[in-house]
Design a protein around this ligand. Structure first.
Ligand code: CA
Length: 504
């Protein structure tokens, strides 16, 4: 009988672990694949784009159709597994910290991005980089970090051997230098001086494990145009060096693009059919994926490397037209599908079956236990805290595998918003995107609404979440309510944490 995630039961293996589906055949198939590698542990390359939309790539219906071809990413999708229901958190930092820790923002406490030198971060958390490093992996972070500029949250203090990138987010380095966006600063000596003296780092940096960051260069607009190119070269050099040594490695490559404001590299300026800076940047990001994969191929490491390509949140619509494309409702900052459904491709030549697509629910934080399983280090998962992530190894590795995750929980800062199971999304609160409530079409400006009664959307019939279907589907109510109840109950034994304020 086919697996039906709506009615199938999960298993909870310990109080601190998220319940998950167990498929014995699928587990055996995954174990057999790993055993066939003779105990050789894979390298892992996570490529994290910034604010790139669910629909931007050709393999998701975008690409040439929206004026920015993405042949390299499309090829990986064709030869790998395309995930149509991969979820991030509603914005950059919460997503990235969830991937790093395997925990929801309500557990790691970073519920919104820190800006302009604000404190916040990963102190007190256990990261995937640290655990992989403890198990013998060489760990490299490149590009955007944005999980706190404070010392204890910097990559070289949370498990990475080396970091080359910037600690914050793209717009913070350049928006106040651009007279189009900030004429009142650019044309004011006093305000320019005030910002120049403000206590946040204006440079991109290099750091080695345990050391202090060293400034590489101040990120002016001309410098910013070349960052993704430079960072790609750095990662290519890392991949090249790694071919010469024994240990497996973890590369966490986070691009600058395509977060606003996009200033494409001169080589890519006007290169997209759309001729728009955002679209030129998408073309550039696709080229970067091509370069990284080619380096893996040339150095003989492609069969030994799991590649996972994704984005950290949905489209930022408050900066349109410098913004991504998604067919879903609302945008970054919200718990509508437009805020949290992100593109994802998993590729591992010879191990992940080619030509697959799945709508099984996958959360970016699921990479935490999944990568540890691949590293043979599942025992290192901390037991003194709740882990919201689910091991998805068998989902990724078996032919047409099922997701091991039953529910996706949507949190709007500290407000519980919704639950997804199967094709259903049961919503109890959200941000309004009604024209009367918002100042612009993005997900950040809507007011938080708690619904008197819940709403229910069928994401297959109604992916844009326009028609609440609850009154016709009350038979499912117990499944939704017990899913939410079970989730919220975990917080009594494992209390929520707040490091950087909730928005709800
Ligand atoms: Ca982002």
């Amino acid at each position: 009988m086919a697996h039906d995630p709506v009615v199938a039961e999960t298993v909870r293996s310990a109080d601190h672990l998220e319940p998950h589906f167990v498929f014995e055949d699928q587990e055996a198939a995954a174990d057999a694949k790993l055993a066939a590698r003779g105990g050789k542990r894979p390298n892992v390359m996570v490529v994290m784009f910034d604010d790139v939309g669910w629909g931007d790539f050709g393999c998701f219906g975008g690409g040439v159709a929206v004026g920015a071809p993405t042949p390299n990413i499309d090829r990986l999708a064709r030869d790998g597994l395309l995930l149509t229901s991969c979820y991030s958190e509603p914005s950059c930092t919460p997503s990235r910290a969830s991937l790093m820790t395997g925990r929801l923002p309500m557990r790691h406490g970073i519920m919104r991005p820190p800006m302009y030198g604000e404190a916040g971060g990963l102190q007190g958390e256990v990261t995937i980089a640290q655990l992989l490093s403890d198990s013998g992996y060489v760990t490299q972070a490149v590009g955007k970090w944005h999980m706190g500029e404070n010392r204890d949250s910097q990559p070289q203090h949370v498990g990475f051997d080396d970091f080359y990138g910037f600690l914050s987010v793209s717009d913070m380095y350049t928006e106040w230098r651009d007279p189009y966006f900030f004429p009142e600063i650019v044309y004011s000596e006093e305000r320019t001086k005030w910002l120049e003296n403000a206590p946040f780092n204006k440079c991109f940096v290099h750091a080695s494990r345990g050391g202090d960051v060293e400034n590489v260069e101040e990120v002016t607009i001309p410098v910013l145009t070349e960052l993704d190119d430079k960072w790609c070269t750095y990662s290519q050099e890392f991949i090249g060096r790694m071919a010469e040594q024994e240990n497996p490695w973890f590369l966490y490559h986070c691009t600058r693009g395509a977060h606003y404001d996009n200033y494409p590299h001169p080589k890519f300026l006007g290169s997209s059919p759309a001729k728009h800076p955002y679209k030129d940047t998408i073309v550039e990001l696709d080229d970067i994926v091509g370069r990284l994969v080619q380096t893996l191929e040339e150095t003989g490491q492609l069969d030994d490397t799991l590649i996972f390509i994704t984005s950290d949140n949905g489209p930022e619509m408050e900066t349109w037209p410098d913004s991504a494309w998604s067919p879903f409702r609302s945008a970054k900052g919200s718990t509508w599908e437009g805020g949290q459904r992100v593109p994802a491709v998993a590729y591992w030549r010879g191990t992940i079956e080619p030509g697959q697509a799945s709508d099984g629910i996958f959360s970016l934080m699921d990479l935490f236990p999944t990568l540890l399983r691949l590293a043979g280090a599942s025992d290192s998962i901390p037991s003194d805290r709740y882990i919201d992530a689910v091991d998805q190894t068998s989902f990724l590795l078996s032919q047409q595998g099922n997701s091991n995750r039953k529910f996706h929980y949507y949190w709007l800062g500290s407000t519980f918003s919704a639950l997804r199971v199967g094709e259903w999304k049961f919503m109890v609160a959200s941000t309004s995107d009604d024209d009367r409530d918002v100042h612009s079409p993005g997900g950040f400006t809507g007011v938080t609404q708690n619904y008197t009664y819940s709403r229910l959307y069928n994401l297959y019939l109604d992916p844009r979440e326009q028609h609440s279907y609850m009154i016709r589907k009350l038979a499912y109510l117990e499944i939704f309510l017990s899913g939410i109840g079970g989730h919220l109950k975990t917080f009594s034994k494992f209390p929520a944490k707040s490091v950087l304020g909730g928005v709800g």
